[in-house]
Write a new protein. Sequence first.
Length: 146
Amino acid sequence: MKKYTDVYIGVVLIIIALIIIVMSNPLPSESAVFPRIVAGIMIFLSLILTFNGLKSSKSVKDESESTEKIFMKDVLKGAAIMILYLVLMPILGYFTATTLFIVLFMVAYNEKSVRKILTTVVILNVFIYMIFVAQLNVPLPQGLLM
């Protein structure tokens, strides 16, 4: 499984890019240009990833199952945090849920420095607020608590 990971990811990304192209068909021609360019770049880069994965899979030996179990554990941990984030966002609001998400994610992936965690939270929240709320007037979820 680990041996062909790049190939699998490349194929999935190609399928996603093709879906983007199909979904851009009903759009007006001017609006469809950007998604099609992005999808074309995705297909090109995914093909490179797939071919490099095929080439490197010939030289890579299968790794032990313990490495795969650790990898799957990390993936499941990240997925659980993301699902919790999506569930809590309508309840807590965007900024509270995002702060909790960043802290949980960084702690789950062994970031011990409180300073780094707090710096990341503050910079990201200020950046999102300045761009989306202050400049673009995009309404972010307020949550039930607000």
